[in-house]
Design a binder for this molecule. Structure first.
Ligand code: CTP
Length: 408
C-alpha cells in the first residue's frame, strides 16, 4: 500500500510544443514517484529536447521515429501500447491532438496512442489562438467524448508573448491527476470515507477568533491516503494553509457548529469517519457583531460548550443502525493511554490514534507524528516516529479490512 504511482509503467508522449522542456522534469518526477517512464518523442519534439535527456532522468529507453522504422519497429508500439498502465501526452500540440481526434497514425506516438487500451491523459500546450480555434476545440471535445482525460491548459504567459489559456498544466497538478486516476481501482473503490481536519475557529467579533494550533496536516494526509486506496473522500476542513488533495469533495467550514452539520450530513451514506479535526470545546456565547474597540474594555468572554460531534455521531449511528467505522484522535499532554481509552469508549470509536503533544516531533504543526493506536477490543499498536503520510497509511491499513471483509 502506498502511492498508486509506485510501480506503474507510463508511456510519456512528448510532442513539438515548446513546453517539451518541462516534460523532462515531469519524467524525472514520475520516476522519483516509482514509475517506469518510457518517453516517446515525435520528430518535432526531438528538435526542442533530446531523447537522451529523458533516458538520463528516467533510466529507461526513450523512443523516437527511428524506433518505428528500425528492425523491431513492428513490435515497439504494440509492446508499449499493451504493457503501459497509462499513456500521458504532455505537452500535446494542436497538431497531435488533431491527429488523435481523427485516428491518424503517422508516427510512433500516434500509433501507440491508437493501439493502447490503457487510459490516455492529454495535457494540451499551444499558442492561445491555436487553442481557441474551433478546430482544436472540436478535436479536444471529440477526445473527451471518447474517454480521454484532458488536463489543462493553464492560463498565463505564453511563448508567443500573449497571456491566456494555452500553457501546459503544472507538472505537480499533472502528477496529482495521474495519482488520482491510477488509484480508482484500489481496494476501497466505491467506499465513502469522511475525514475532518484542521482547527475550528470560534468568533469573538468579526476580526477575532478563538482557535488552536492544529495545522490540519494529519487530516489532509489521511484524506490523501484514503484517496490513494480508491475511496471517495469527503474532506471537511477548518481553515488551513494546505493544498487540497486532488479528487476530494471539499467542504470548507470555520466553526465547530458548521463542522457538526457537515459531518452529520455526510456520514449518512459513508462507510467510515475519521475525526482528525481539533474541534473547539467552547465557543463565545455571544460573539459581537461589531469589532470590539479597545476604548470599550472587555474584561471577560463568556463561553458556552460546543456540541461533541463524535458523541452525536455515536448516538445517530445507533439510532439509524449505520454500518459506520469511526476513528478518532486524542492529543494529550498527560496520561496518554488512559485518557485516550476513556475518549474512545465515551465516543464509541473503533480506533483512537493518541499522540503526546509534549514531544517535539509529535505535536501540532510538524510533519512527523508518533501515535499509539488503540482499538475497541483493547489491543494497542505503538507506531514509531514517522511522517504524517506514513501514519495515515498505517491507520488506513487497519481500515481496509474493516471496509472490505465480506465484500466480493
Ligand atoms: N471531537 C469532536 N467534537 C468535539 C471535540 C472533539 O468530535 N466538540 C473529536 C475530535 O475530533 C477527536 C476526539 O473527539 O477525534 C477527541 O478530541 P479531544 O479534543 O482530544 O477530546 P475532548 O473529548 O474534547 O476532550 P479534552 O479536550 O477535554 O481532552
Amino acid at each position: 500500500m502506498a502511492n498508486p504511482l509506485n510501480g506503474k509503467h507510463i508511456a510519456l508522449g512528448v510532442t513539438g510544443s515548446i513546453a517539451a522542456y518541462k516534460a523532462a522534469d515531469l519524467a524525472s518526477k514520475l520516476t522519483q514517484e516509482g514509475c517506469t517512464v518510457n518517453a516517446v518523442l515525435t520528430e518535432a519534439a526531438c528538435k526542442l529536447v533530446s531523447p537522451l535527456t529523458f533516458q538520463n532522468v528516467s533510466g529507461q529507453k526513450a523512443y523516437t521515429e527511428a524506433d518505428l522504422w528500425g528492425g523491431m519497429g513492428h513490435v515497439v508500439h504494440i509492446n508499449l501500447a499493451h504493457t503501459v498502465d497509462l499513456m500521458l501526452i504532455a505537452p500535446a500540440s494542436a497538431n497531435t491532438i488533431a491527429k488523435l481526434a481523427h485516428g491518424i497514425a503517422d508516427n510512433l506516438l500516434c500509433v501507440t496512442a491508437l493501439a493502447t487500451t490503457s487510459p490516455i491523459v492529454i495535457a494540451p500546450a499551444m499558442d492561445g489562438g491555436m487553442y481557441a480555434n474551433l478546430a482544436t476545440q472540436a478535436n479536444i471535445q471529440a477526445l473527451k467524448e471518447r474517454g480521454m482525460h484532458i488536463i489543462g491548459p493553464a492560463e498565463g504567459h505564453l511563448a508567443s508573448g500573449l497571456q491566456g489559456p494555452g500553457r501546459m498544466e503544472d507538472n505537480e497538478k499533472i502528477i496529482q491527476y495521474l495519482r488520482f486516476l491510477l488509484s480508482r481501482k484500489m481496494p476501497l473503490a466505491g467506499k465513502k470515507i469522511v475525514v475532518t481536519a484542521g482547527g475550528t475557529q470560534e468568533p469573538i467579533d468579526p476580526v477575532r477568533v478563538i482557535t488552536n494550533l492544529s495545522s490540519g496536516k494529519q487530516g489532509y494526509a489521511l484524506a490523501q491516503a484514503a484517496l490513494d486506496l480508491g475511496a471517495d473522500v469527503t474532506l471537511i476542513s477548518a481553515p488551513t494553509q494546505l493544498t487540497i488533495p486532488l479528487g476530494v469533495k471539499l467542504i470548507h467550514v470555520t466553526q465547530a457548529e458548521q463542522m457538526y452539520h457537515a459531518v452529520m450530513d455526510e456520514i449518512k451514506d459513508a462507510q467510515a469517519l475519521i475525526m482528525a479535526a481539533a474541534v473547539a470545546d467552547f465557543t463565545p456565547a455571544q460573539p459581537s457583531m461589531e469589532k470590539i474597540k479597545k476604548d470599550a474594555p472587555l474584561s471577560a468572554i463568556k463561553l458556552k460548550p460546543t456540541v461533541d460531534i463524535l458523541k452525536d455521531v455515536s448516538a445517530f449511528k445507533n439510532e439509524k443502525k449505520l454500518d459506520l467505522r469511526v476513528i478518532g484522535f486524542a492529543a494529550e499532554s498527560q496520561k496518554l493511554k488512559e485518557n485516550a481509552i476513556k475518549k474512545m469508549q465515551e465516543k464509541s470509536m473503533d480506533m483512537i490514534a493518541a499522540n503526546n503533544i509534549t514531544q517535539p516531533q509529535a505535536g501540532f504543526g510538524v510533519d512527523t507524528n508518533q501515535v499509539l493506536l488503540i482499538f475497541s477490543d483493547g489491543a494497542t499498536e505503538q507506531l514509531p516516529l514517522m511522517n504524517k503520510m506514513e501514519v495515515a497509511e498505517q491507520i488506513m491499513q487497519h481500515l481496509v479490512p474493516w471496509l472490505t471483509e465480506g465484500a466480493e
